[in-house]
Ligand binder design. Sequence first.
Ligand code: NDP
Length: 253
Amino acid sequence: MTPLTGKAALVTGASRGIGRAIARRLAADGAMVAVHYGHNETAARETVHLIDKDGGRAFPIRAELGVPGDVETLFAALEAGLAAWTGQVRLDILVNNAAVTADSIETITPEAFDHLIAVNTKAPLFIIQRALPLLNDGGRIINLSTAATRIAMPEQPYAMSKAAIEVLSRSLAQVVGGRGITVNAVAPGPTVTDMNPWMLDSPEVQQMVGSGNAIPRVGWPADIADVVAFLASEEGRWVTGQVIDASGGCFLG
Ligand code: NDP
């Protein structure tokens, strides 16, 4: 039996990048995975296809985050999918992964800042609020942050939106600990995904970026998914309220 057999998971932003790797890993560990996406249906279906091919179980759900009614749209689809696929509307693992980046403080507009906060900060908060009654005792909430919250980077507004996620994770851990629910943030360093298009097809850039890490290579989605899988597993039961840096030691000093 695989470690997450019988568990149900929601991974937001699972159509591509780190979210896809997390969805694939949780499914490989036995969980039924709701593969959430915003716009890219083809990519979400590919994630589900890859999971199916590996012998796992998953279904796609669409909801654009950061717009009015986003959380209700998400949960209407999630609850229908859980009922159809598992026969009950219960959740064991919530991974708040979907996010966007933004311009630097010199150029970001108020509208772009509002969108950034709506997707990266407000949506995870209200997804958690809506998920808590569905979440089984002993469940897991894992929120994606970024190593950029501890490093001075040009993308300060993005790091601000994620710093709030770290505070949320710590505070919520205290609130739900009595139910055996753990809440943690995982903070990747630079990882090869669509979020960093300048890195995608350039081994030279990847090498240059990776040279800033104690382990001198760039991160890959599976590097992050493995950390999330640990937190989601029974072995992760005693870790809560923490920010787990998953960056290969990005700019340690
Ligand atoms: P990608 O840009 O590769 O993928 C983003 C995912 O989020 C997609 O599935 C996308 O859906 C979804 N998404 C984005 N905006 C919305 C929205 N408004 N509504 C619904 N879904 C949305 O991101 P990564 O895989 O790189 O990042 C995953 C997480 O890791 C994020 O939280 C990010 O901040 C964090 N992170 C990433 C780092 C990196 O270097 N890549 C470094 C540090 C942290 P769709 O396909 O439908 O557009």
